[in-house]
Design a protein around this ligand. Structure first.
Ligand code: NAP
Ligand code: ZN
Length: 346
């Protein structure tokens, strides 16, 4: 079927309305009528070519919430009318050790990303800035009814991307967690870490968003532009979740980790990391990264968010404002996630 969408025609070009082809609904597929699509900074990195050449035109969008319109003959998990979501991937081999272990995002044969990905039928995937999408049922998530649809959309990427390291590194009572950057990922990380019972500190460039940070669940808030922050908090944290989209001084943040503390980069900054060996080793510290999350963990995250009443703080926009929203995200002027009402895509 031919559906309406917004696409970037080439690297760095503004997005424009277009139409794209969606495949026929196969036996294990779900046709989703999309309601909302979040704008992730990864969409902007991709469109701007920060991550290298892309198969343009690209329809971004991997924070998708909608309603099932049709299911294939073999689909038993979903039926028409169900509220569902799609995140950063739409397929993987399902057979390798990583897939079998629930880490489909690290599929040894390559997970199929939701947009600009090489699909298994040889076509290029196109994302959620569109009216409909066809996805294999195994990669479709159930979005609990208690969650507002627009506020739930960002959970499909920002939610799982922060939930995964918080779970993996044991955020909970007695643990001191720092979240670096209070943007789309950061503000959800604060909500989730707080709900897990951790003591949460926001490290933001300035104190401009301090009231919001404390309201979202942070116990402490510091400006990284103030050098005192780094002396005052030295050796403090069990876990640092770095959500910043730009290069930061990794060594300065490593100095904030306690013995065996971990700094997890989920932000994908352009530059290579330069890390001091003594700083990393004394006291013993961990520097690692993390990519969104597997399907079972994503469902666990959605259920956790429903249980704790966690959704994103969203600014819902019509599709014709997408380029303006990109500019505002790049200027750190987002509170805290833009979400496209895909009903406005004409
Ligand atoms: P975002 O909404 O733009 O938030 C990023 C935040 O980083 C900003 O709000 C700002 O927070 C801080 N920041 C921006 N520029 C900075 C600079 N030059 N120095 C210090 N801090 C700066 O972006 P997002 O959607 O949350 O995404 C964040 C990053 O995560 C992106 O790189 C994205 O590609 C990546 N990502 C990765 C995954 C994954 O699977 N690993 C998934 C999704 C996204 P303050 O104003 O509070 O300082
Ligand atoms: Zn994303």
């Amino acid at each position: 079927m031919r559906v309406n969408a917004y696409a970037a025609p080439a690297a760095g070009e503004p997005l424009t309305p277009t139409t794209i082809e969606r495949r026929d609904v196969g036996p294990n597929d779900v046709l989703i009528a999309i309601q909302y699509a979040g704008i992730c900074h990864s969409d902007i990195h991709t469109v701007n070519g920060d991550w290298g050449p892309q198969p343009f035109p690209v329809v971004p969008g991997h924070e998708i919430v909608g309603v099932v319109a049709e299911v294939g003959a073999d689909v038993t998990k979903y039926q028409a009318g169900d509220r569902v979501g799609v995140g950063c991937m739409v397929n993987s081999c399902g057979e390798c050790a990583h897939c079998r272990g629930g880490d489909e995002q690290y599929c040894i044969n390559g997970a199929v990303l939701t947009y600009a990905g090489a699909d298994r039928d040889g076509t290029t995937t196109q994302g959620g800035y569109s009216t409909h999408v066809v996805v294999d049922a195994d990669y479709v998530l159930s979005v609990p009814d208690s969650l507002d649809a627009a506020a739930a959309a960002p959970l499909l990427c920002a939610g799982i991307t922060t939930y995964a390291p918080l779970r993996r590194w044991g955020a909970g009572p007695g643990k001191k967690v720092a979240v670096v950057g209070l943007g789309g990922l950061g503000h959800i990380a604060v909500k989730i870490a707080h709900a897990m019972g951790a003591e949460v500190t926001v490290l933001s460039q300035s104190l401009k968003k301090q009231d919001d940070g404390l309201r979202l669940g942070a116990d402490h808030y510091h400006a990284t532009s103030d050098p005192d922050t780094f002396t005052q908090l030295a050796g403090r944290f069990d876990l640092i979740v770095n959500t910043v989209s730009a290069d930061i001084d990794t060594n300065a943040y490593l100095g904030l980790l306690a013995l065996d503390g971990a700094m997890v980069n989920v932000g994908i900054a352009p530059g290579p990391l330069s890390v001091g060996g003594i700083l990393l080793g004394s006291p013993r510290r961990i520097l690692t990264g993390s990519m969104f999350g597997g399907i079972a963990l994503t469902q666990e995250m959605l259920d956790f968010c429903a249980e704790h009443g966690i959704g994103a703080e969203v600014e819902v926009i019509s599709a014709d404002r997408v380029n303006e929203a990109y500019e505002r995200v790049l200027a750190s002027d987002v509170r805290y996630r833009f979400v496209i009402d895909t009903g406005t895509i004409a």
